[in-house]
Every structure is written in structure tokens, then in C-alpha cells.
Design a protein around this ligand. Structure first.
Ligand code: SF4
Ligand code: ZN
Length: 308
């Protein structure tokens, strides 16, 4: 076992300098063992939820930010484990001035470097306007509008690329935040529906990073040399999620395991109540045909008011 050469604590597995201290379970890990641990846990989640099968074509939502960069790198490295599986990266250009240009540049550079097919799809082409234009005077609703339109844009682009799965970079923190936000809003239906196995469109959506925390993803990117300090979306300040994120990370620090416990609660609620019984049957939008719970899907309800 190698001895410690600095004041930093040693890796719980090999004694080398640790790059991260994980408190749940309590251990320190060096770069090599953290990477191996993350890859093993991602693979285990993929297998447990049947996220990837031989022959799949996986569309990866690539914003160019940390989570989606880590997701693409992880899936790319795990690819040889399946037969005849391919990846296509999809970037959505919402039209956010001073922010999206840089992240799109990062996505293009990454896909070029690792040799992945890459498509960009814009709100302007699909919906007839940029997010900035749609939000004039209603900036408070930024993330709700952006989320609804982006989900559709990704599904359309994944369908055009012939994908059978749509992978997104949602991590453990995102999942825990969603559970808390839906609970705070009293939105039981969304609480039940927002899960890794959910397939809102005809292509099933998968979240391979669902068990990996934001902190681990950041460390993983630093270890691999892919850390990028990109600008933050200017609408973040209007997001309820930003407040919930701060609150939960304080809680996680004080009470390790909080994030995991929240996600586990959702799983238990789903098991007890049954998704279809609570959420009702999936119907189809009478305007665009996409799956939805009412007469019109969220995009078809929203777009006329955005263009007014
Ligand atoms: Fe969209 Fe909100 Fe994310 Fe900005 S912070 S990209 S508006 S969801
Ligand atoms: Zn519709």
C-alpha cells in the first residue's frame, strides 16, 4: 500500500492521495478508484433498469454542461459492453443570448474529439422563436417554458436520428430536487411520473447518472481533464430549483444520505400507489399526436400564448 505523500487523506482502497471524501458511505477515494466506482454504479443502474439493450441507438441530450458531458463520456466508454449499440449526441439551442453559444461550442468540440455523431436543433426552427423572445415580460416562467419545449425538441430530434433511447444527464441531486419540488407543489402526479423509467414519448427516456451526485460528477470530469467552467444560464435566478438545490446541498452536508433518501421515498410511494392508477392513462394530443394526459399536450397548450 502506498503511503500518504501529502497531508491529504489517503484513498480508503489503496492509500494514494484522495480526491474526494464521500460521507455516504463514509470513505475517501483517489482519482482511479473514484472513476472505477462511478463507472460501476452507472453500469449497475443501466442493468437494474434495463436502460440499454443490444441493437439500441442512444440519443444523448448534450447541453455541453457538466452532467451531459460526463454522461456522454461514460456511455462512450461503456459502449463495447453491448452488441451493435450506437450513440448520437443532440444539442438543443433554446436561443439564450450570451450563454448558449459557448455551451454549443463545447458540445461540438467534445463530439468531434471522441468521434460521436452530433445534431443541433433550435427552438427557432421548431417553434418559430427563441426562448429569449418567448420570455419577454414573463421571465419568471423561464425554466417551466424552457423545460417543456426542450423535452419536445429532444424527442423530435432523437426520433429523426432513429434513436431507440433518449439519455439525459439527470443526476442524484436533480432527482432529489424534483422529488422535493413536486412535493412542495403538491403535484403527486408529476412526483409519480418523474422517474428514470418514464417514457413520455415513443422513445424511452433513460437517466444513467441517476445515482451519481453532482459532486462526484464534478470530480470525475476534473480527473478525466474535461472540466469546463462555462457561463451560467441568465434565467437561473428565477428558478425555484436553484433555491431547492442550495437548501438540499446544505442538508446533504449536515445529514449525509438526504438526497438518496428523497429518491428512495419516491420509489416507495410509486410501489405502494401504482403509477397508472394515480397518473391515469396516457392519451394523445389532438393537435400533434404526442402522448399527454389531457386533450392537448403541454407544448400545444403553451405555444399560442408564447407567440402572442
Ligand atoms: Fe432553461 Fe432554466 Fe436551464 Fe436556463 S436554467 S437552460 S431557462 S431550464
Ligand atoms: Zn401537442
Amino acid at each position: 500500500m502506498a503511503g500518504n505523500r501529502t497531508d491529504r487523506p489517503g484513498c480508503s482502497l489503496c492509500g494514494e492521495d484522495a480526491v474526494i471524501c464521500l460521507r455516504e458511505p463514509n470513505r475517501h477515494l483517489c482519482g482511479k478508484h473514484l472513476s472505477e466506482d462511478i463507472e460501476a454504479r452507472v453500469l449497475s443502474a443501466i442493468r437494474e433498469y434495463g436502460m440499454i439493450q443490444n441493437g439500441d441507438r442512444i440519443a444523448v441530450g448534450l447541453s455541453g454542461g457538466k452532467d451531459s458531458t460526463a454522461l456522454l463520456l461514460l456511455l462512450h466508454s461503456l459502449l463495447p459492453l453491448w452488441d451493435n449499440v450506437s450513440i448520437v449526441a443532440i444539442t438543443v439551442d433554446e436561443g439564450i443570448a450570451g450563454y448558449r453559444e459557448e455551451t454549443i461550442g463545447a458540445a461540438e468540440a467534445l463530439t468531434r474529439e471522441i468521434g460521436i455523431e452530433h445534431h443541433t436543433i433550435s427552438f427557432s426552427d421548431l417553434f418559430g422563436g427563441t426562448l429569449d423572445a418567448f420570455l419577454k415580460g414573463r421571465e419568471q416562467q423561464a425554466c417551466t417554458v424552457c423545460g417543456i419545449l426542450r423535452k419536445k425538441a429532444l424527442a423530435i430530434s432523437a426520433g429523426r436520428a432513429g434513436a431507440t433511447r433518449l439519455a439525459t444527464g439527470h443526476n442524484l441531486d436533480d432527482e432529489a430536487q424534483s422529488v422535493l419540488m413536486n412535493t412542495l407543489r403538491g403535484d403527486l402526479i408529476r412526483l409519480i411520473r418523474e422517474s428514470g423509467e418514464e417514457s413520455g414519448y415513443f422513445i424511452s427516456r433513460i437517466k444513467p447518472l441517476r445515482d451519481i451526485s453532482e459532486k462526484e460528477i464534478a470530480a470525475y470530469l476534473i480527473i478525466l481533464g474535461y472540466w469546463n467552467d462555462l457561463p451560467e444560464c441568465p434565467y437561473t435566478r428565477f428558478a425555484l430549483r436553484a433555491e431547492v438545490r442550495g437548501m438540499l446541498s446544505d442538508f446533504e452536508c449536515q445529514y449525509p444520505g438526504t438526497l438518496k433518501n428523497l429518491v428512495t421515498s419516491r420509489k416507495k410511494i410509486r410501489e405502494h400507489l401504482g403509477r397508472t392508477e394515480i397518473a391515469g392513462p396516457i392519451r394523445h394530443c389532438r393537435q400533434c399526436g404526442d402522448p399527454c394526459s389531457g386533450e392537448l399536450c403541454q407544448v400545444c397548450q403553451l405555444l399560442p400564448s408564447l407567440k402572442r
